[in-house]
Design a protein around this ligand. Structure first.
Ligand code: GLN
Length: 314
């Protein structure tokens, strides 16, 4: 079994690394510093066994792949009713940084920036002036939660964090829009700070595969055995990843690949086959939606070659 999987992963790596299209994200200056040729692929099975290829130990920033994790953390803590009052679950069909809300003034879903900034605002105290110390404390809790999902302690990339914070006009506009609509109950600057920090956590493809396998496993990390996400929360997170995870490319993604997934502008993709496995991919050149070009191609191959589409009826 092992050598069969290894042979297949070598084959898919060769097939997918030939493509040099797309461009590394440069709207956050620090992100432009990475090697555009980087490519890593990891699979984590439901028994916790990891298979990996290429740059599977290279660290990159998690970026928007943090969004399902913070959403899970908010749902774990506050329950559906309170979270649903503030964030919808409808696909937006729009870009990740779109300035948009639904007719109840809620961000349309937690996978776009507006929804993710609203999500972290729910983790902060509902006061207008949140101290840096309080943000630091909530961030520690967030890192502990993400780390429990990954099965190892994750750390902040302070250069990327600084770069995000100093170039975040668009996200600042989104946070203040939510504040002006009365949906954000905390200090918008604190929510932004927490959001920039979560985006700047470093992960490897092995980490993403384990996080994916934890979601696939109903919230139990298959390597540590710990139930880190409530089962019904894992189900909700996977549902929202299915319909909203790949931004305005979501419909095409569900149809052709059929795996709940989340991408980040750092070049990572996390995909999950419920009940079976987690997939982590890294390749920093992005398409116009902000999704990794080779990452998408790799997922298409895996889905087709191995029959991983979640509605595969064979
Ligand atoms: N930190 C990035 C931003 O808010 C994350 C975006 C992404 O990965 N799509 O712009």
């Amino acid at each position: 079994m092992a050598s069969l999987v290894d042979r297949y992963l070598s084959h898919i790596t060769t097939a997918c690394t030939a493509d040099r299209s797309g461009a590394v994200a440069d709207y956050i200056p620090e992100l432009a510093q990475v090697d555009p040729e980087g490519y890593g692929l990891s699979l984590c099975m439901h028994d916790g066994q990891i298979y990996s290829r290429g740059d599977s130990t290279v660290e990159f920033t998690i970026q928007s792949i943090s969004k399902p994790l913070s959403y899970a953390m908010a749902l774990n803590r506050l329950g559906y009713v309170r979270v649903d009052e503030k964030i919808g679950v409808e696909p937006s069909g729009e870009a990740f940084n779109e300035i948009s809300v639904d007719d109840r003034m809620r961000p349309k879903n937690p996978m776009i920036n507006a929804g993710a900034i609203q999500t972290v605002s729910l983790l902060l105290p509902p006061v207008r002036d949140v101290s840096a110390q309080t943000v630091g404390h909530v961030f520690d809790e967030l890192v502990t939660f993400y780390s429990a999902c990954a099965g190892r302690r994750l750390a902040l990339d302070s250069a990327v964090y600084g770069s995000e914070a100093s170039t975040g006009s668009r996200n600042r506009a989104i946070a203040y829009m939510l504040d002006s609509f009365g949906v954000m109950d905390t200090d918008p600057e604190a929510a932004l700070d927490l959001y920039y920090r979560q985006c700047s956590l470093r992960v490897t493809t092995d980490d993403l595969a384990v996080i994916g396998a934890t979601l696939a496993n109903g919230g139990a990390n298959p390597r540590t055995g710990r139930q880190v996400i409530a089962q019904e929360v894992a189900q909700r997170v996977l549902s929202v990843m299915t319909t909203c995870g790949m931004y305005d490319g979501a419909g095409d993604w569900v149809t052709s690949v059929g795996l709940p997934a989340k991408s980040g502008v750092g070049g990572g993709i996390l995909a999950t086959l419920p009940g079976q496995l987690g997939i982590g991919i890294y390749s920093p050149r992005l398409d116009r939606h902000g999704n990794s070009v080779r990452g998408i191609d790799t997922c298409r191959h895996l889905s087709t070659d191995l029959g991983l589409h979640m509605f595969n009826l064979n």
